[in-house]
Design a protein around this ligand. Structure first.
Ligand SMILES: [Zn+2]
Length: 396
């Protein structure tokens, strides 16, 4: 069923585009011929019309080799933000607002007015919230959520109350030889099972409003593209929080990058490599920590490893770079012996509490920021060691 469904949809789009191209071309050729041109000239006119049409690139679900998770393609339309991203509601300085911007990835929520830098957004949103485009007569969202690429269903949570994500699906993709994880949250229904291989575009579930801080009017899919931090996550979660029902596929063990930014970059350059995209991100702060064993992250994502450095190269500590949202950008050897992690590069916002600018991973004020409890736990997760207890179902 799925196959025919997808084929039908694709075929429809292709036939539509082809029909437009032919109509445009014939029209143009007709003009050329009636103006006394040769068949060659007419053909040139047709080709030009086709090229022009291609350049206009009508909004589709396609972003290079990936596809948007639903039929909402407003991301690729001029000024489509308000139709693509799901707004939130908030009161700021006694003014009620419904900003669509807070459906984007990044520091888009919980504004705080600071003396030094004006309004600073303090809460980090690790995914993108994609609006529902269709509702039934009761107002229930009807959009289908589809796999952004082929992969393996790594995890499904069908118990709405068991996570802030509500019902969610995690799909593992092999991109450039490394595993990345797309996550689809707040679903009303899940159509796949853990361990299932899925084609690109496979129906994974339906847009809903399960999970925390969401209701029917704000129904959307919260979509993330992630790296997995540590296969020994179970040991870490038991140490700090006493366990969780989702194995390694808890949101705490995945770090996301800007999915919409990546889709847009792929639209401009379909050949763009993900590692290239990630390595273009600016480090926002750096933390050095004692080297207590191999970093699981480096095993999974060799591009984070500095050239010429192996697990047996001798040096006492690592220094890791992070984006503002805590996404790890790589490590370098650090020559100092350390007894505990420390901040080696401060966030750039002068005078603003690091609590506000790093989603509480750091505390203090630049240039004297230190690791806050959340940041210390995060470094503990990155460095957590374990022998052969990998909790993931990875098949590679
Ligand atoms: Zn969200």
């Amino acid at each position: 069923m799925e196959f025919f469904n997808l084929q039908g949809e694709w075929l429809q789009a292709a036939v539509g585009i082809l029909a437009t191209l032919i109509a445009l071309g014939l029209l143009a050729a007709g003009f050329a011929l009636s103006a006394g041109g040769s068949p060659e000239q007419a053909r040139a006119v047709v080709e030009e019309a086709i090229e022009k049409k291609k350049e206009e690139r009508p909004a589709t679900v396609w972003a290079g080799p990936l596809r948007l998770p639903t039929e909402n393609v407003a991301l690729f339309e001029e000024n489509g933000g308000p139709q693509f991203f799901q707004h939130t509601s908030r009161d700021f300085e006694d003014e009620p607002m419904r900003p669509w911007e807070s459906g984007q990835y990044g520091f888009v929520r919980t504004p705080v007015r600071t003396e030094e830098q004006g309004i600073v957004y303090t809460r980090f949103h690790e995914g993108i919230d994609i609006q529902a485009t269709r509702r039934d007569e009761h107002g229930e969202p009807m959009d289908t959520v589809r796999a952004t690429d082929q992969g393996l269903v790594a995890y499904t949570n069908e118990t709405a109350d068991a996570s802030n994500y509500g019902k969610y699906v995690v799909v593992e993709h092999q991109w450039e030889g490394a595993p990345y994880y797309s996550l689809y949250a707040h679903l009303s229904e899940v159509f796949v099972n853990t361990g299932e291989r899925v084609r690109q575009g496979r129906r994974l579930g339906r847009v809903g409003y399960t999970g925390a801080g969401i209701n029917e009017p704000r129904a959307h899919v919260h979509f993330e593209l992630n790296v997995l931090i540590n296969d020994h996550f179970r040991r870490w979660i038991e140490k700090h929080f006493g366990g969780n029902p989702h194995g390694v596929y808890s949101g705490l063990n995945m770090r996301g990058f800007d999915a919409a930014g990546y889709f847009e970059a792929l639209r401009d350059d379909p050949d763009l490599k993900l590692t290239q995209f990630l390595q273009q991100q600016e480090p926002y702060y750096k933390v050095a920590f004692p080297r207590t064993g191999p970093l699981d992250l480096l095993r999974r994502y060799p591009w984070m490893r500095p050239e010429g450095v192996s697990d047996t190269t001798s040096f006492p500590s690592w220094e890791m770079s992070f984006t503002r949202g805590g996404f790890p950008l790589g490590v370098n050897p650090y020559d100092q012996q350390l007894s505990e992690p420390k901040v080696t590069m401060n966030p750039p916002l002068e005078g603003v509490s690091c609590m506000h600018t790093t989603y509480e991973h750091l505390g203090g004020v630049p240039p004297n920021c230190t690791l806050a409890p959340r940041g210390r736990r995060y470094i503990d997760l990155i460095t957590m060691q374990g022998a052969g207890e990998g909790g993931s179902r990875r098949a590679w």
